[in-house]
Design a protein around this ligand. Structure first.
Ligand code: DX5
Ligand code: ZN
Length: 223
């Protein structure tokens, strides 16, 4: 099934001293979501933003906020991110012993719930958890930093997941791919079945509006 393409600029690569301007540019380029990378310095080596910044972004925009929690014990912070204005929350399967419980908790707030998998984390997690998810995020770089190179084995993984969802009447679940997506490789990622496309450095290094438009054009050119 062909899913609607959704472009999600990752604010990690934005200019944080002028975040409001960067968000405006994402709107001008007609982005669909804003991807917020939450890092705790434990699950990943980097520390970024928390609910305080998410709540500062919320009133700046009508775009939905796609919060990617790269943190340990995410279940402790779901309510904080919901209050801050998250419309989507993903938690990493690598830190979760009680995925079903956490996904239910996220959904109980009437927002979209997803799981995230590192590049070589087995897809079997996604097979078992899919029916409880609104979206599944496949990392195509090791999480922690923007500007890394796309890991090519993600394409095969994405195709396998997409076929699994189609075969099991789960085609409404979005596939989000995150890391190393650029204007010149986005069509391969869409061909593999992804429809939520996270892009940080590929959008914010240069002309944000033009980059979003080019990214969408290439993504939507896939038959
Ligand atoms: C990496 C983050 C990504 C990152 C993507 O850990 O989850 O969202 O910002 O940035 P690029 O597109 O530059 O790889
Ligand atoms: Zn991310």
């Amino acid at each position: 099934m062909k899913k609607k393409i959704r472009i999600a600029p990752s604010l990690l690569s934005a200019d944080f001293a002028h975040l409001a301007d960067e968000v405006k540019k994402c709107e001008q380029g007609a982005a669909d979501l804003l991807h917020c990378d939450i890092m705790d310095g434990h699950f990943v080596p980097n520390i970024t933003i928390g609910p305080l910044i998410v709540s500062a972004i919320k009133p700046l925009t009508k775009l939905q906020l796609n919060c990617h929690l790269m943190i340990e014990k995410p279940e402790k912070y779901i309510e904080d991110f919901v209050k801050a204005g998250a419309d989507y929350i993903s938690v990493h399967v690598e830190v979760q012993n009680h995925l079903h419980r956490t996904l239910s908790l996220i959904k109980s707030h009437n927002i979209k719930a997803g799981i995230a998998l590192n590049p070589v984390t087995p897809l079997s997690y996604a097979f078992d958890a899919a029916e409880y998810c609104d979206f599944i995020l496949l990392m195509s770089v090791n999480p922690g930093f923007g500007g890394q190179k796309f890991i090519k084995s993600t394409l095969k993984k994405c195709e396998t997941l997409s076929n699994f969802l189609d075969k099991n009447n789960l085609e409404n679940i979005d596939i989000e791919v995150d890391g190393g997506i650029k204007i010149d490789n986005v069509s391969d990622i869409v061909s593999a079945g992804a429809n939520m496309l996270v892009c940080g450095s590929g959008i914010f290094d240069g002309d944000v509006v033009a980059n979003i438009i080019k990214l969408r054009a290439n993504a939507e050119s896939v038959k």
